[in-house]
Design a protein around this ligand. Structure first.
Ligand SMILES: NC(=O)c1ccc[n+]([C@@H]2O[C@H](COP(=O)([O-])OP(=O)(O)OC[C@H]3O[C@@H](n4cnc5c(N)ncnc54)[C@H](OP(=O)(O)O)[C@@H]3O)[C@@H](O)[C@H]2O)c1
Length: 285
C-alpha cells in the first residue's frame, strides 16, 4: 500500500495520476487535510483518508496498513520541520517500510533559507530508523509560468542576476516520484532532480517576449528594491524575504544543476522552457 500526502496539491495530483497508470487504485491512499477536495480521487477507487500535518492525532489512523509513504513537503513554510517530523513519527509507529521525501535541490549543500526545514527532515531517518529515499527537487518551471499576466504587462523583475535556474515542470518531478515508487531497492537513494537546460531570468523574459510577440525585459534589482516590489503587490513580508533570498542564491548558482538525474530517472528529456512558456501563455489568453 502506497500513501501520498499533499494529495490534493498540484504535485500530489500528478503523482496519483501517474501511479494510477501502474498500480490498482485500491493500493493507493491519498492523505489529505480536506477530504471533500479529493472526491474525484475517491471516485477513482483511491482510499482517501484525512491527515493534517499540524494535527498529529490524525496521522496514525491515516497511515494504517501503509508500507510506502510519499511525504510531499508541506506548503506551510516555518512549520514544516515540525509537521514533517510528526508524519515520520506516525509512519514509524505503524511500521511504514520506506519514506520518499520531496526535498530541495542539493539538500544540506543548499544555501537557500528554504533549505533549513528540508535538511531537518532529511536528517530524520537517522533518528527514526525508517529508510528514506530523497527526491531533491529543483525549482518548478511553473513558479515562472503559472501566472504570466503581470509579466506580460510589466516584464520580469528579480535579484537573480545572471544566475542559471535548472527548473523542470511539476509533471517531470511527478514522473520521477512514480519511477522511484515503482522500482525496487530505493532505500538510501538520493536524487538531485533538475531541468536539463538551465536558463537565466533574461532568457526567460526573451522566451516569453518571443512567444507573446511583445518586447519584454528582465529588470535585475537590488535586494531591497525587489523586496519592495514584492510587498507592494501584496506578498507578505516573510514570503518576500524568502523569495529575495532565493533570488540572491540563484545569482550565486545555487539552483543550477547539470547532473541530468531527472531525465535519466524519467527516461526522457525534461520539459523545455519553451513548452512551459507556451502552456503558461495559453492559460492567460
Ligand atoms: N520546487 C519548487 O519550485 C516548489 C515551489 C513551491 C512549493 N514547493 C514545495 O513542494 C510542495 C508540493 O508542491 P505543490 O505545487 O503540489 O504545492 P501545493 O499545490 O501548494 O500543495 C501543497 C499540499 O500540501 C497540503 N498541505 C499543506 N498544509 C498541510 C497540512 N497542515 N496538513 C496536510 N496537508 C497539508 C495542501 O493541502 P490542501 O490541498 O488542503 O491545501 C496541498 O495538498 C509544496 O508543498 C512545497 O513544500 C516546491
Amino acid at each position: 500500500m502506497i500513501a501520498i500526502t499533499g494529495a490534493t496539491g498540484h504535485l500530489g495530483r500528478l503523482v496519483i495520476a501517474g501511479l494510477l497508470e501502474k498500480i490498482p487504485s485500491k493500493e493507493l491512499v491519498a492523505i489529505v487535510r480536506t477530504p471533500a477536495k479529493a472526491a474525484d480521487l475517491a471516485a477513482k477507487g483511491v482510499q482517501v483518508r484525512r491527515g493534517d500535518y499540524g494535527q498529529p492525532a490524525t496521522l496514525g489512523a491515516a497511515l494504517q496498513g501503509v508500507t510506502t509513504l510519499l511525504l510531499i513537503s508541506s506548503s506551510e513554510v516555518g512549520q514544516r520541520a515540525t509537521q514533517h517530523q510528526a508524519v515520520i513519527t506516525a509512519a514509524k509507529a505503524v511500521g511504514v517500510r520506506l519514506i520518499a521525501y520531496t526535498s530541495i535541490l542539493h539538500g544540506e549543500r543548499s544555501k537557500l533559507a528554504l533549505a533549513a526545514e528540508h535538511v531537518a527532515t532529511e536528517r530524520a531517518p537517522a533518528v527514526s530508523g525508517v529508510p528514506f529515499v530523497l527526491l531533491r527537487n529543483g525549482w518548478y518551471l511553473e513558479n515562472y509560468t503559472d501566472n504570466l499576466g503581470p509579466a506580460l504587462q510589466h516584464g520580469f523583475a528579480g535579484s537573480a542576476g545572471t544566475g542559471r535556474i535548472a527548473a523542470a515542470a511539476r509533471a517531470d518531478y511527478a514522473a520521477a516520484v512514480v519511477a522511484v515508487l515503482t522500482r525496487p531497492d530505493q532505500a538510501g537513494q538520493v536524487y538531485e532532480l533538475a531541468g536539463d537546460v538551465p536558463f537565466t531570468m533574461a532568457e526567460l523574459a526573451a522566451e516569453v517576449s518571443k512567444q507573446a510577440g511583445k518586447p519584454l525585459g528582465y529588470a535585475d534589482l537590488p535586494a531591497e528594491k525587489y523586496r519592495g516590489v514584492l510587498t507592494s503587490v501584496g506578498v507578505p513580508a516573510p514570503m518576500a524575504d524568502i523569495l529575495v533570498d532565493a533570488d540572491l542564491n540563484i545569482a550565486k548558482g545555487e539552483l543550477d544543476d547539470r547532473g541530468g538525474a531527472l531525465a535519466r530517472l524519467i527516461g526522457r528529456p525534461t520539459t523545455t522552457l519553451a513548452a512551459a512558456v507556451s502552456a503558461g501563455l495559453a492559460r492567460v489568453r
